[in-house]
Design a protein around this ligand. Sequence first.
Ligand SMILES: [Fe+2]
Length: 443
Amino acid sequence: MRSSAEDRSWAAGTSEVLLGRYERVRAQTEALCEPLEVEDFVVQSMPDASPVRWHLAHTSWFFETFVLVELLGASRVSDPLWGELFNSYYKTVGSAFPRPSRGLLSRPTVREVLDYRHRVDERIRERLEGCGEEVDPELAARVTLGLHHEQQHQELLLTDLKHMLAQNPLQPIYAPPGGDSPRPSGSGGRGFAPVAGGLAWIGEREGGFCFDNERASHRVFLEDFELGTDPVTSGWYLEFMADGGYERPDLWLADGWDRVQAEGWRAPLYWSAGEVPGEWREFTLRGPRRVEPSAPVVHVSYYEADAFARWAGARLPTEAEWEHAARSLEAPLQRGTMLEDAALHPLGLGSGEGPLRDLVGEVWEWTASAYLPYPGFAPLSGSLGEYNGKFMSGQQVLRGGSCATPADHVRLSYRNFFAPDKRWQFTGLRLARTAGSAVSHSG
Ligand SMILES: [Fe+2]
């Protein structure tokens, strides 16, 4: 375990480098909004989602609150009441407007929020330029945290927007079909790669930026196991559906089966039956289209991932198995589809020179691991300690990043987390088996 002094060594750098990254990430958020009309910024389609305008304001509020006001002692650049509107869940900072009601607000306007963003940018720019060559490590650490926070919201902005567009019978598209997406090659395998167990180091130990929940690095004992070579494809998932996957209670966790009944789930989110019998279509940010059998299945809950794995005679990997396999088999790692590819949907690029493909990018992969603190976990001090630790209840860990994740945002130790019934994120799965447990297909 590193000391807290060492923990910030990654933050050392010149103000020019940090400011360059700040400008690039902040501009990326606004670039994601370019295809939108003003009406698209304000609608909230469900309690879990937030309007685009809220994401734009909240990410600015983060820099204003935790960098300008809390760390640097500056005055707020916005109306103090905006602090309540754009606080997400930091109870130690003040009250927060309820998330399910964020779509009820017509003010401040989109234009006012964009002005707010630019005022915050101006203040941050002034502070960083005033630092000279070396930035104070705490300032650099907080700005860097704010940028990774903003990148998390870039992905949420897209998934929330997708959910909102999907409610509309007009099926409006975010971007035209096609684009300059890379071509898939050789994805969709159903094999398993053997992974030697033993004592494995888990957690961030490369010395770069990470969230507090990725520490402390620690050892875990793993039995030998096998990990799926590829993310599970839509074609494979269609076989599960055709085999009565959604009608067989023996395949499901009790909570999952209850959810299937209550919600009427018969397919992944955004899938609908086509006009031709047996054909399935899916809504994407580039419009509705036929389900592509060779692409990773996406928008499934943990319950669906778990039921599929049971049907396939396998299981989901633990997060330690996933990370150990990635570290031992896949260095250097090559990424699958990510935000920069502008595909806005998993393609299944088949990237990777080792036995495992598309470990990073494409779809967040559900793991069998509950989201819990690592041994030696210490939340950030002060109000930022609310960032991750207080959500360590009732959620499952996901690994690897998705087609909507910025490429320089994820790491092999990165722990995403969602409740097991959520499926509006770009969530999919990869199978695992305990060594020697392969059984004939149970379907
Ligand atoms: Fe946030």
